[in-house]
Design a protein around this ligand. Structure first.
Ligand code: SAM
Ligand code: SF4
Length: 340
């Protein structure tokens, strides 16, 4: 199956609140070569490979999403680049840009494998990538990721620059982790010509630390940054949940993704497909439809029907919230399972 030029006969994906869904986040694996303390436990249980969709099945589902009006696909995970042959999937989907409604194919990665893949990604039509990095300190990186070497990330970033990929850094703000390092991370990223987005920790899955110990409000981070720099609000949007400012002194862009302190669900344009074919309609809720069952048992028409059903059950908002001693709205799925 391929994505067709003519989508005029297809019904767009519009949910019960009138929001048009144009952005698919596609998790191609729940596996990862790091073990970030806020993302997963030290000994995570990964899914058996038999449950995971094949690359062909993922491609078929992407084609259907594009025919229903999806214009942006972000490949994520787990660590997407640890899935064998994922670059072939990216190459195939990349060919659909501009001959279908698909306008952007992008990737979220921890960058550990980027020095091997940056050229191929660029050649496949990926123009921008998000790289997750929460500290610049090698020892701290090792503690936060439990097993990572920051040199591999830096080599990956150099390769991305060389390949001409536009990089945005994602940094999770951690009260017990990188609070004091955030200004240096922003200065470093802007110095390399990268945007940086800060993210509030969300209560996803089971991790070994208490979420309230990790949670750091981006409102307070912004106040701290304003003691050092002038932040000017800008109306730029990349189709995601970040609100942006320009840091006048560095000239760079800084995003704030604040699911707990500044709700952005009203403008939600996203759905998330896990590597087992479960389509989650909201990161912070359990509502889902099973596209793997639909595809394997009923084929394309069944997937179409499942998407129509999905639009009826997409929730209005997540329930993440911060109380005095707890982070509310916990969902049992790991972030690495749903895809960031
Ligand atoms: N492995 C890739 C990476 O780290 O970029 C892609 C998957 S990772 C789950 C996607 C993003 O989710 C990363 O930026 C990560 O920092 C973020 N993340 C993981 N757990 C989170 C949590 N509990 N709350 C907020 N962000 C989280
Ligand atoms: Fe892996 Fe990304 Fe989760 Fe870190 S945040 S453990 S790199 S999936």
């Amino acid at each position: 199956m391929s994505a067709h030029d003519d989508t005029s006969g297809q019904t767009p994906l519009i949910d019960g609140f009138g929001r048009t869904i144009s952005y698919l986040r596609l998790s191609v694996t729940d596996r990862c070569d790091l073990r970030c303390t806020y993302c997963m436990s030290a000994r995570p249980t990964f899914l058996p490979k038999s449950e995971v969709l094949t690359l062909e099945e993922l491609e078929t589902l992407c084609a259907i999403f594009i025919e229903r009006g999806v214009t942006k696909i972000r490949i994520t995970g787990g660590e997407p680049l640890v899935r064998r042959d994922v670059v072939k999937l990216i190459e195939h989907i990349g060919q659909w840009r501009h001959v279908t409604p698909l306008r952007e194919l992008t990737l979220t990665t921890n960058a550990t494998q980027l020095d091997r893949y940056a050229d191929q990604l660029a050649a496949s039509g990926v123009e921008r990538i998000n790289v997750s990095l929460d500290t610049l300190d090698a020892d701290h990186f090792r503690r936060l990721t439990r097993i990572g070497e920051i040199d591999t990330v830096m080599r990956g970033l150099d390769a991305a620059d060389k390949a001409g990929l536009k990089v945005k850094i994602n940094t999770v703000a951690l009260a017990n982790g990188n609070a004091r390092e955030i200004p240096d991370l922003v200065a470093w990223a802007h110095g390399r010509g990268y945007d940086l987005s800060l993210i509030e920790i969300m209560p996803m899955g089971e991790v070994d630390e208490a979420r309230p110990d990790q949670f750091l409000s981006l409102q307070s981070v912004r106040q701290t940054l304003e003691e050092r720099w002038t932040l000017t609000d800008v109306s730029d949007s990349t189709g995601g949940p970040a609100r942006y400012v320009r840091v006048e002194e560095t000239g760079g862009r800084l995003g704030f993704i604040s699911p707990l302190t500044q709700n952005f669900c009203e403008g939600c344009n996203r759905v998330r497909l896990t590597c087992t074919g479960q389509l989650y309609l909201c990161l912070g809720q359990l509502d889902r439809v099973d596209l793997r069952a639909a595809l394997r048992d009923g084929g394309r028409l069944a997937v179409e029907r499942a998407l129509d059903e999905a639009m009826q059950i997409k929730p209005r908002a997540h329930d993440f919230a911060i109380g005095t001693d707890r982070v509310a709205g916990h969902v049992p799925r790991d972030m690495a399972h749903t895809g960031g």
